[in-house]
Design a protein around this ligand. Structure first.
Ligand code: BT5
Length: 265
């Protein structure tokens, strides 16, 4: 029998207010928490406002790909960030900030996450979480950022295989024991507050780099319709771009794309 744990809105609010996340919108079911957060941000939501849903019916990945969030089994939430002046030069690192927050909190429960650049968290080579960062603009400036995170917590959150190009898993599958969704959420938000203070520091890039999946391995990066870039994963640039080494040992910098191991290499 599969046990599904409903989120309890009042205990969620109590728990998150301890971390100073006081502006919370909770939904039993919603299209996409990122859509709600983008609208709320445009209406002037405060820094660190958060939208959480038990189920998403139109969850989104990058390039309008679908993100699966069935009822009662996953974490799906979007944080609104109003960047301070000191954060502004480093906003391209935001996806790393989110990835580290998830990875750190997962490590603390005894798992060994890796970050598949730029936005996937892997456990045993399988996707456990994804991140979608979107911006609200005011003229030429970023007014706010919406950081959407989807984490597969309990087993039923893992999509059917036909839905996937890359294998997926859940925290429960990998841990092999029970865990509580709201505790996972608090862990991630606590880590987020820690890393957000360090957005501009080298320490963040170093920690992100240490968790990079496929480091030293030959990969292929597909960005849109272009010919894939290939090379060996070398590390990260200070803006969070991925640095590869090509066959001539020349650096190749990638700013956007989907990384996969080269099966023939
Ligand atoms: C992502 O995109 O991984 C970003 C996912 C962000 C989801 C959060 S949930 C809260 C917030 N609200 C939203 O609407 N979105 C954010 P991408 O790298 O493009 O990966 C998308 C691909 O991951 C899909 O094409 C599927 O193959 C796969 N996928 C979908 N749902 C999955 C799941 N639950 N677990 C593992 N893989 C999944």
């Amino acid at each position: 029998m599969v046990l599904l744990f409903n989120m309890n809105e009042s205990s969620l609010k109590k728990k998150l207010s301890k971390l100073n996340f006081n502006n919370l919108r909770y939904f039993d079911s919603i299209g996409s928490t990122n859509d709600e957060a983008l609208a709320w941000a445009a209406e002037g939501a405060k820094d660190l406002s958060i939208v959480i849903a038990d189920e998403q019916t139109q969850g989104r990945g990058r390039l309008n790909r679908k993100w699966f969030t069935p009822k009662g089994s996953a974490l799906a939430f979007s944080l609104i960030l109003r960047p301070s002046a000191s954060m502004r030069p480093h906003l391209s690192r935001t996806v790393g900030l989110a990835a580290l927050s998830i990875a750190d909190s997962i490590s603390r429960i005894g798992l060994k996450p890796q970050i598949k650049w730029p936005n996937d968290i892997l456990l045993n080579g399988k996707k456990t979480a994804g991140i979608l960062v979107e911006s609200v603009w005011s003229g030429d400036d970023v007014d706010s950022l919406v950081i959407g995170m989807g984490i597969n917590v309990y087993k039923p959150s893992v999509p059917p295989a036909e839905f996937l190009q890359f294998p997926a898993t859940s925290l429960e599958d990998e841990l092999g024991s029970e865990l509580i969704r709201e505790d996972v959420l608090s862990g991630i938000l606590g880590a987020f507050l820690h890393w957000r203070e360090r957005l501009g520091e080298d320490e963040l890039i170093k920690a992100w780099e240490e968790l990079l999946a496929f480091r030293g391995g030959q990969v292929e990066v597909k960005s849109g319709g272009e010919v894939p870039v290939t090379g060996r994963v070398d590390g990260l640039e200070s803006d969070g771009s991925l640095r590869l080494r090509d066959i001539h040992d020349k650096s190749v910098i990638v700013r956007f794309g989907d990384v996969s191991l080269r099966p023939s290499a």
